[in-house]
Design a protein around this ligand. Structure first.
Ligand SMILES: [Zn+2]
Ligand SMILES: [Zn+2]
Length: 472
């Protein structure tokens, strides 16, 4: 009898002492039990560390409302840390329900794995790559030495630093030599193959919008479109060569240069086409046509922001070139002599009232050229690209603008709405009213009920499975 009792006693000590394998349901939710952020049932870190972590995470939640749960387990059986973390995250509802700003830090001793599992609301500030870097740089080295306490504290400190000051994320340097290409060596060749098959189809589809020498393109003025040969070079051959180069090359600086060079080349060639094709028409004396062409093709100047080299250096010469074309003396069509451009002050007597009106609205600028020998007059129209005025359907003056836009009936989830637009001509007072239908409001907003019992639970946040794990 005493033997059996002893045996049971010894057995119970043995079972007690044997590290348990946890399920999501058996992990003690210490937030509920004693309002602690740290669940450490196997005593993998000491009590001092637990209280240090609790202090820091309490102050973090007070500052940012973000909730971090720390769970250290000896074993989770055959489960992966990622699946286990996701289930535990959802079960506990870590983070505020309205913000989903929870983070679960799961340490699994027998798998030698550390897992960061982020709620939706933290994925932006703690992207997977940053989680991974914190683990590799701040935690795993200590874990390898068997110092779980130090690793946990260092990792949690780094997380707190980033959550309280997102800019500090940049201080964590990129881990050395992680290569996307070598991880997925088949991906780029796959894209190349797709492009070789798809390219010709895109070429034939593209024929409808036209190449520089297509019949659909008006040939009475210059255009800046690529020719068919140039299309094959820039959008078929070069991308394939660039992709092939990227597969073989794994230095990010060279890859960056490759992309930069490619797009800069596309922009430069466009610039080159604009200039050379305009020159053909300048030789014919079509200054007005060329000026309008320059204006229509000045969007490349926006490239100067992304590609300061070379485009920032081309903006000024381009503007000077435009000015020179606009001011270049015209030849008189009647007698062939040179014409003179009148100043803004003296040109008005040659302009009809509606044109003067447009000039006052700044919707159109007119240049009046007069021949000094035969007195014939030629008027050139330059529509201001930034004007809010459009052509009036009645009097054809650029004085037609949107006076008001009113919602007559609001769109709901079950019915469409109606919007009224009133356009008025400032010159002839022509008034036009149009109505458009506003589509129904779609119902896609999901609202999760928030439950915030004071102190005793996590806030009910959700996770989309974002995060990162590291093993050692
Ligand atoms: Zn003349
Ligand atoms: Zn009008």
């Amino acid at each position: 009898m005493r033997k059996t009792a002893l045996l049971i006693f010894l057995l119970s000590i043995f079972i007690e002492g044997l590290p348990q394998s946890y399920t999501v349901d058996s992990v003690p939710n210490t937030k509920r039990i004693n309002n602690s952020y740290v669940s450490n049932p196997d005593n993998l870190i000491n009590a001092t560390t637990v209280s240090q972590i609790d202090q820091r995470l309490t102050s973090l939640e007070q500052q940012t409302t973000a909730q971090v749960a720390v769970v250290l387990l000896h074993s989770i059986g055959e489960n992966t840390a990622e699946d286990f973390a996701q289930s535990l995250f959802v079960k506990w509802g870590i983070g505020q329900a309205t913000k989903d700003n929870g983070l679960l830090i799961l340490f699994v001793a027998d798998q030698k794995t550390i897992r960061f599992h982020t709620g939706f609301g933290l994925e932006g500030i703690l992207p997977d790559a940053i989680c991974k870097r914190i683990q590799i740089q701040k935690m795993v080295p200590s874990f390898k030495e068997g110092n779980v306490d130090a690793g946990m504290l260092a990792g949690i400190d780094e997380v707190i630093k980033i959550l309280t000051n997102p800019a500090s994320a940049e201080e964590i340097a990129e881990p050395v030599a992680t290569s996307n290409y070598l991880d997925k060596p088949f991906l780029t060749p796959f894209f190349i193959l797709c492009w070789i098959i798809l390219g010709p189809f895109i070429f034939f589809a593209r024929r409808k919008t036209g190449f520089s020498n297509s019949i659909q393109i008006p040939q009475n003025r210059p255009n800046s479109k690529v020719s068919k040969g140039q299309w094959w070079l820039f959008f078929f051959l070069l991308p394939i060569l660039l992709a092939a180069y990227l597969v073989l090359n794994n230095q990010w600086i060279l890859n960056l240069l490759g992309f930069y060079g490619y797009f800069a080349l596309l922009g430069l060639h466009k610039y080159y086409r604009v200039i050379t094709r305009a020159n053909v028409w300048l030789k014919k004396g079509m200054y007005h046509t060329v000026y309008v062409f320059y204006t229509e093709n000045s969007s490349w100047m926006g490239w100067a922001i992304l590609f300061p080299i070379p485009f920032a250096f081309l903006v000024h010469p381009y503007k000077k070139r435009m000015q020179a074309v606009r001011e270049h003396p015209r030849d008189c069509r009647q007698c062939g002599n040179k014409m003179k451009r009148l100043s803004e002050a003296t040109e008005d007597e040659h302009l009809p009232k509606e044109h003067q009106f447009e000039e006052n609205l700044l919707s159109v600028d007119y240049d009046v050229w007069i021949c000094s020998s035969c007195n014939s007059v030629s008027v050139e129209q330059y529509v201001n690209e930034k004007t809010k005025y459009a052509v009036c359907p009645k009097c054809k003056t650029y004085a037609f603008y949107t006076e008001s836009t009113t919602t007559l009936t609001h769109a709901t989830t079950s019915s469409t709405g109606e919007e009224e637009t009133i356009k008025v001509c400032k010159y002839c007072n022509n008034r036009e009213r149009t109505t458009v239908t506003i589509p129904m409001v779609s119902t896609s907003s999901d609202s999760s009920s928030s439950s915030s019992d004071s102190g005793g639970s996590f806030g009910g946040g959700d996770s989309g499975g974002g995060g990162a794990s590291s093993s050692w």
